[in-house]
Design a protein around this ligand. Structure first.
Ligand SMILES: NC(=O)c1ccc[n+]([C@@H]2O[C@H](COP(=O)([O-])OP(=O)(O)OC[C@H]3O[C@@H](n4cnc5c(N)ncnc54)[C@H](OP(=O)(O)O)[C@@H]3O)[C@@H](O)[C@H]2O)c1
Length: 364
């Protein structure tokens, strides 16, 4: 397929930036928090622009706030002074329109962070592509529609690096997002989430719903999912190496041939990016959120082995898929628009994650 340098959705070019006027605010007497608009291209850097959304005193719903990233986002927003409702399936089934409306009526938020999703590694995506498509599309579409109907001031949506085309030139730039079909193993998930970007553009254009859309790279950290059936690569490696170390196994076999590369972002850095975007960014353009560094799965395996103290052999099951060949994001836009830069090195993040996992295991 020919390389397409830059494809923009027409709605992005036409989008306006500013305050939605989409209906009565749910907070009633408390009223909406102060919202000002900034130009899409306003560089923020370290000298932040005036806050479009002041979190101190605001009420924020984090849909998916009981999950891995969500728990860290809830803590980050609470630290910034917000009253936060972290929502999971035990509270409301967000696939259902009536449940979403009930959630918004009960919580009456100024802002909504949308992290609720059905997620998993390559195996889980391959096993249940239909569920990954349906649940991610339905939750997102219905949630954004409800936010429009009730007039939420600001919505921040988590997209995913899995939305990028399989052969995106490295580093992935936001302008290349529409330049091809994603890697097949996670395309239903990635495309379901990418449709929320189309919805966000359309709703900004037609209804003025102020939605920002972030594209986080692969995350890791304390609280991650360590279930081998559904986990991502880092928790899976940590769990298997720790087990091999403790049981004195001489060999651990991993999927693929180890040549694929990935970028990883420590979850606390990701949570800070969501907080900064909520506070400082009001634009239609999607924004990559990553660390900007790339490592092969083979090198990652050796680093995780070091961190866990596993000294045995690592072998590769080449009959298993590698997934997308390379992944690294261009993270310039996040820095320019809302001053985000990752600060946690991979090695120190891995140590903290491994320590957390071992403590959890010890107390389980
Ligand atoms: N983890 C990554 O590496 C990564 C990378 C890029 C983007 N992202 C995106 O970041 C977001 C969070 O990912 P995560 O890894 O934190 O996932 P996670 O730990 O699996 O959390 C998913 C959250 O969604 C909630 N949820 C799922 N279905 C729901 C439903 N029908 N009704 C209500 N809540 C529902 C879960 O609630 P309960 O479990 O409490 O029921 C949980 O709070 C997702 O949008 C994901 O696409 C993640």
């Amino acid at each position: 397929m020919a390389r397409v340098d830059s494809i923009e959705c027409p709605l992005v070019r036409a989008a306006t930036v500013g305050i939605p006027a989409t209906g009565e605010h749910l907070l009633g007497d408390a009223g909406p928090v102060g919202v000002e608009s900034i130009d899409v291209g306003t560089p923020v850097g370290d000298d932040y622009a005036p806050l479009p959304l002041r979190l101190d005193g605001a009420t924020v719903v984090v849909a998916g706030g009981t999950g891995f990233l969500g728990a860290h986002v809830v803590a980050e927003l609470e630290h910034a002074g917000a009253t936060v409702a972290g929502i999971g399936r035990a509270h409301y089934d967000l696939r259902r329109r009536d449940e979403i409306r009930r959630m918004l009526d009960d919580t009456r938020p100024d802002a909504v962070v949308h992290l609720a999703a059905t997620v998993g590694g390559i195996g889980a995506n391959q096993a249940e592509p239909g569920r990954f498509f349906y649940e991610n599309a339905t939750i997102g579409i219905e949630l954004l529609e409800a936010c429009r109907v009730v007039g939420i001031e600001k919505v921040c949506v988590a997209g995913t690096v899995c939305s990028y085309p399989r052969d995106t030139p490295v580093p992935f730039r936001e302008a290349d997002l529409w330049a091809g079909y994603p890697e097949e193993t996670n395309a239903p998930y990635g495309l379901a989430k990418k449709m929320l970007l189309v919805q966000a553009h359309a709703y900004r254009e037609q209804f003025g719903l102020n939605t920002v859309y972030l594209l986080p790279v692969n995350l890791y950290g304390p609280g991650d999912n360590f279930d081998l059936e559904t986990s991502h690569v880092i928790p899976a490696m940590i769990r298997r190496f720790v087990q091999a170390r403790d049981e004195g196994l001489g060999k651990v076999e991993l999927w693929g041939d180890g040549s694929a590369t990935r970028e990883f972002l420590y979850v606390d850095d990701a949570a800070r990016a969501f907080r900064l975007a909520l506070e400082h960014y009001d634009g239609a353009e999607p924004v990559n959120v990553g660390s900007g560094s790339e490592i092969s799965i083979r090198d990652l395996a050796h680093t995780v082995a070091d961190v866990t103290g596993y000294g045995g052999e690592i072998t590769w099951d080449v009959s298993r898929p590698n997934g997308q060949p390379r992944r690294r994001l261009d993270t310039t836009r996040a820095h320019e628009l809302f001053g985000f830069a990752a600060t946690t090195t991979l090695e120190s993040g891995l140590r903290r994650t491994c320590d957390w996992y071992q403590q959890e295991r010890a107390t389980a």
